[in-house]
Ligand binder design. Structure first.
Ligand code: HEC
Ligand code: HEC
Ligand code: HEC
Ligand code: HEC
Ligand code: HEC
Length: 350
């Protein structure tokens, strides 16, 4: 069974074929073919960069003196913008008890605190959002990281939290809560015990990189490169990344074809209100004529649970034969002026 699934997984990537059955995998015990999760991590598209490069304050973060490159990566992530984010500020203006909203968007250091408690808000530097200290400053006053490399900047401690599996707790403690427009998607990751299958938040959202992680403060030269993780988060705002969330399938039926999308993310999709994914499909005959069209939606209400699929049956008019299916998928989110195309494909119907 396992090897058959693996084989199908590969085939799915190559041809868009997938073993389609009715209903969602929710009814069955979820079995994730881990080898399926091969992420082709790329930097977010210019669209995200354009928006996020508006961050005026990242150079003020003291750590940027010696960690300029990492600070630059982080400055393009929503963590850096968590307090300045216009969408957040808009939503906040209509909330009565605003203080409830501050903790995760401008937190005090998290290390050493009880992971079950919500983060508390910092008294100052709120503009820096989820800043370096929030994740790296330990209760001992030292900086915690994956190596414990000595530096003149600070005492360093090697901490298991900064292994891919160890950091799940750190990420989950903010991302498991449903509040305002936010859906606590990290609960799905916990409920499915995905960590025990070798998956991690960092594994899918922080791309592996090899680069100098700091400059030598005496010579000003970059220190030798080390293996690390990019702090520029992989996000669904990047169309390449979003496209990977779905395994596509098309199967011939007696009357036409059955089209399915399968969720490959480590949790449900989406994680926030007012996001809308529209999959528009057309059945084509061999000359490219459109026989019939239809659409699949993924929204907060019609969310796609972890490891589940959603199908659309398309009936071609009688006496016609569908040979291909054309797909055009768009993503709309509160931050966008108009929907963004993230997936376009023509799939052959066997
Ligand atoms: C427990 C931590 C936590 C608290 C408390 C919190 N948030 Fe958030 N917020 C998050 C996380 C995590 C995200 C990112 C969610 C995602 O993208 O899936 C987020 C994202 C958002 C966004 C989306 C921004 C965008 O660019 O789309 C808005 C709006 C928002 N929060 C508003 C609020 C409001 C209003 C409150 C108070 C009622 C609040 N938050 C309290 C953790 C929190
Ligand atoms: C005076 C320069 C300087 C400043 C300021 C500085 N660092 Fe560092 N940091 C270094 C150097 C040098 C290293 C070791 C680099 C190496 O060996 O490759 C390091 C290592 C680290 C590490 C990796 C620790 C490990 O496990 O090896 C982390 C995480 C880190 N710094 C975070 C921070 C944070 C957060 C701040 C701001 C609060 C900060 N640094 C400020 C110079 C600095
Ligand atoms: C202190 C709370 C906190 C911690 C810890 C935290 N996050 Fe976040 N995260 C947020 C908030 C708040 C946002 C959304 C900011 C906004 O939209 O204004 C966010 C946004 C994100 C996004 C971007 C979503 C998008 O739509 O672009 C990703 C991905 C993400 N976090 C992953 C992680 C990972 C991986 C970790 C662990 C290494 C982590 N987070 C740890 C609070 C946190
Ligand atoms: C949301 C939490 C979070 C924030 C915010 C954050 N880091 Fe990290 N950082 C991590 C995690 C998790 C790792 C370990 C990734 C791994 O190797 O698995 C890491 C690794 C590092 C490392 C080791 C080298 C590497 O690239 O892995 C350095 C240095 C570092 N961070 C510095 C910083 C600096 C400087 C900032 C602010 C500009 C920052 N971090 C902000 C979570 C965070
Ligand atoms: C197997 C890979 C994988 C794992 C593991 C994973 N994610 Fe994701 N995540 C994705 C993909 C793909 C998307 C884009 C799909 C979407 O739009 O929701 C995504 C989207 C997100 C978003 C944006 C959701 C929204 O609607 O704004 C956040 C925040 C996030 N992930 C956080 C996490 C956290 C925290 C963890 C660990 C508990 C985690 N992810 C584990 C692949 C993964």
């Amino acid at each position: 069974m396992r090897s058959a699934r693996r084989w199908l997984g590969v085939l799915a990537c190559l041809t868009g074929l997938f073993l389609a059955s009715q209903g969602t995998a929710q009814d069955e015990p979820a079995e994730v073919p881990v080898e399926d999760y091969v992420w082709n991590l790329k930097p977010p598209a210019p669209l995200a960069e354009e928006r996020l490069a508006q961050n005026p304050v990242w150079r003020e973060v003291s750590c940027a003196q010696c960690h300029e490159e990492i600070a630059r990566e982080w400055s393009l992530s929503l963590h850096a913008l968590a307090w300045l984010d216009e969408i957040f500020l808009d939503e906040l203006s209509s909330v009565r008890r605003k203080k409830n909203c501050y903790g995760c968007h401008a937190p005090l250091p998290m290390l050493g605190k009880d992971w079950k408690l919500r983060p508390e808000v910092r008294p100052m530097w709120r503009d820096h959002g989820v800043d370096c200290r929030a994740c790296h400053l330990g209760p001992d006053g030292a900086i915690h990281g994956p190596f414990g490399a000595p530096s003149n900047g600070h005492a360093s401690v090697r901490d298991e939290i900064f292994s891919p599996a160890g950091s799940n707790e750190l990420c989950i403690s903010c991302h498991r809560v449903s509040i305002g427009p936010v859906i606590g998607i990290a609960r799905d990751f916990e409920d499915q015990a995905l960590a025990s299958r070798g998956l991690s938040c960092v594994g899918c959202h922080m791309a592996p990189v090899e680069r100098s992680m700091a400059i030598d403060d005496i010579t000003g030269e970059p220190l030798p490169p080390r293996k690390g993780r990019s702090h520029l988060l992989q996000t669904p705002r990047d169309p390449h990344f979003l496209a990977q969330a779905f395994r596509l399938a098309v199967e011939r039926t007696s009357g036409g074809a059955l089209f399915s999308i399968h969720n490959r993310a480590g949790h449900r999709i989406p994680g926030i209100e007012n996001r809308r994914l529209v999959f528009e499909v057309e059945l084509l005959d061999e000359r490219g004529k459109v026989l019939v069209e239809g659409q699949l939606l993924v929204t907060r209400r019609e969310f796609l649970p972890f490891d589940s699929h959603r199908s659309l049956a398309l009936e071609a008019p009688s006496k016609t034969k569908a040979t291909h299916l054309r797909l055009h998928a768009t993503h709309d989110a509160p931050a966008y002026k108009r929907p963004v195309l993230f997936l376009e494909a023509v799939l052959e119907i066997d």
